[in-house]
Design a protein around this ligand. Sequence first.
Ligand code: HGY
Ligand code: MN
Ligand code: MN
Length: 422
Amino acid sequence: MEIGRRDYYSLSTTINPARLNQTLAGLGRIGETPQGMARLAFSPADVAGRKYVIALMQQAGLAVSIDPAGNIIGRREGADPALPAIALGSHTDTVPQGGKYDGALGVLGAIEALQTLADAGRALNHPVEVLVFTNEEGTRYHRWLFGSRAMAGLLEPEDLSAVDDEGVPLGERLEAIGGDPGHIEEARRPPGDLAAYLELHIEQGPVLHQCGIPIGVVTGITGRAVYQVDIQGTPNHAGTTPMSHRHDALAAAARLVLEVQRLAGELEICRVATVGTLHVQPGAVNVVPGQVSLGVEFRDVDMACLEGAEASFRRFALETASADRVKIDIHRLEATPSVPIPAHMQELAAQAAATSGLETLRLPSGAGHDAQAMAVIAPAAMIFVPSVGGISHSPQEFSTPQDCANGAQVLLDLLLLADDKL
Ligand code: HGY
Ligand code: MN
Ligand code: MN
């Protein structure tokens, strides 16, 4: 496998595509189930995945530590001890029934880049850190980007008081992976502590694959608002309760689900809107549903659009509550602002791709990433590689070995450029 056409003046050394694709396959076996990947944060599979990447970091000569937020940090010192570190990072947790590339490529691509430098005996001026962030997906605790927000000083009181679906407090889970909830503030890195944050990721959408362009240079990362919606009706006998006497929480929920779709679809108030979870109680065909909870999210790079979507949704919920004779409570669980990627960092990423003669497309990210928290404390850049068919958060998620290798090479070249220019 060849990495593009390297320029004769290239500063770089060439990553090992076979080794990268072996480590991707190796991590992809940890937590694999017939329904897809199940490496949910803090699960035994997540812990096994973390051990796997720690061993790879140690092979690459990195000094490994765990910060109080459970983030894994693999550090290599630079020639100039006065310089701040350049960080490369992503995550190894997955959504339920997830894929093998989301997060994994960024972590393993970063380790491959540093292993390549170690093999070549190549020193950099800056120290380099590979960061593996805790609970990026937020499937556990419904608090996403946990590790990167802790590092960027963006934790909220709700993060630390959170209890998961099994009733276990976050602190207990953090201790089990080597974190220290009592000193979580010490995970925070002040602005200036890192010279840059660089993240390689699969696109998770269809654009690059459709255009046949191997590298995406990310221009900005979407904002997201997440809600828990609780609908309280009255459970009653499904055979004896006349239709006119019902307080059916699921009938009201159905109207809300379609309204969420309409807000982004027909009305175009925000870019995308999804109901991803629905819990019905008591959950029997012969009982009128008395209680339903929905998980709702809105995403847009324009935060005013997210506010508009929330306001419209609340108005519709009020009307629905009255029409269906139920009570509807809407709790905002998370609101993550969109972030722009600085122009000079986009330019550096484009230059890195040009080193290998790889064509680039500038595009916004419709998914969220640790980079959006890290961008608050360091100049950030993100590189995308194509997702075949635009599929992600699915067992069908796939990026070709060639595209993964291209991404890791561009990440290494971006690191070398950043070391030279920042
Ligand atoms: O949900 C997201 O956007 C990301 O994949 N965690
Ligand atoms: Mn994801
Ligand atoms: Mn991801």
